[in-house]
Design a protein around this ligand. Sequence first.
Ligand SMILES: *Cc1c(COP(=O)(O)O)cnc(C)c1O
Length: 394
Amino acid sequence: MHFDSLTAKEVPDNRTTKPHILPIYATSSFSFEDIDQGIEIFKNIESGHVYSRYANPTVDTVAQKIADLETHGLGTEAHAVMTSSGMSAISTLLLGVLKAGDKVLSQANLYGGTTDLLKSIFGQFGVETVFTNLGDKEGVKRHFQQDSSLKMLYCETPANPTLACVDIQALTEIAHQNGAWCAIDNTFQTPYLQQPFAFGVDFIIHSTTKFLNGHGNSTAGIIIGKDKEIMRKKVWHAMKLVGTNCSPFEAWLTYNGLKTLALRMDRHCSNALVLAQFLEKHPAVERVNYLGLPSHPDHALAQRQMRGNGGMLSFELKGGLDAGIACMNRIRFCTLAPTLGDIDTLIVHPASMSHLSIPKAVRLENGITDGLIRISVGIENPADIIGDLEQALV
Ligand SMILES: *Cc1c(COP(=O)(O)O)cnc(C)c1O
């Protein structure tokens, strides 16, 4: 072989021991032993890998692990497709299972990006979303009875910023009675704290960017479904053709984070509870929204469908906008950052940060009042988190 050929050739893999940790398969394609193997794999793509946009060993391993966590202890199995972000998980699911003329029934307090996606992108392609109060079961039934083009109920529970919950089982039953699917965004709780398949939902999506990874160093998403045919023929098909596949490196980072999910979530929950109890007693605080507090309007529902109350909380300052800005200016230990689910405590004041450009009336409609502060409570020593809020709230 010539020198320049030697530089260009792959080195054959002759190692006899397997790696202990999942490798990152940084390859766009897979080579075949011979033409017969190529034909076999092309006929039935599941028996081997072809091209990383279709499927990649690193990504597939992580996808199946998350699917197994979502079905753990339920006696069922699920199939998953990992995507490039939480947003692409939602769009890939809808592109795969809906068509022009179909409608989605959903709630007003979705993740902001999801609301915008449904309105501005899917609206353009003839998939309209009807936003309603999913807490009103009779109202939800009426919507389905009056409009047979509603093909999917899409919910998020708990939801920003007040952590309002909806009844997953009741909504799934109504959707199914009307021949529609029920899909849920389980990003806030993760399967450790809430398993929507136990209540019959058809599809679960996650932004794995948040608690599932937990370390704030990757952006990815996942769609998990119980029906293998639909996942394969519709959802995977849409992912493959739209090209919303997850990068093996992002999947690998997620895998790393997943290993400590249970430990992290336990600590997120216990830290959030003590912080919520501290805030509830503080004279500058009007109200605390945390599902672990009996004062939360959805406390009872949350205890029925969740195993823990999560790491997210928000609270309302008596002093409004000025008090919110003053508090943020005094924060020292926590980090001002608009994401959630990282191991360190992240704090936002939506009225002066993420929602600054949104008209006040629209903001208020979504529960984002002037003095509202949201915290993604981390896993640090709780005394440091409480100490920071104590010195910031004066
Ligand atoms: C962040 C988030 C998303 C979007 O996920 P990305 O990974 O940022 O695309 C969707 N739903 C919820 C609840 C989120 O918090």
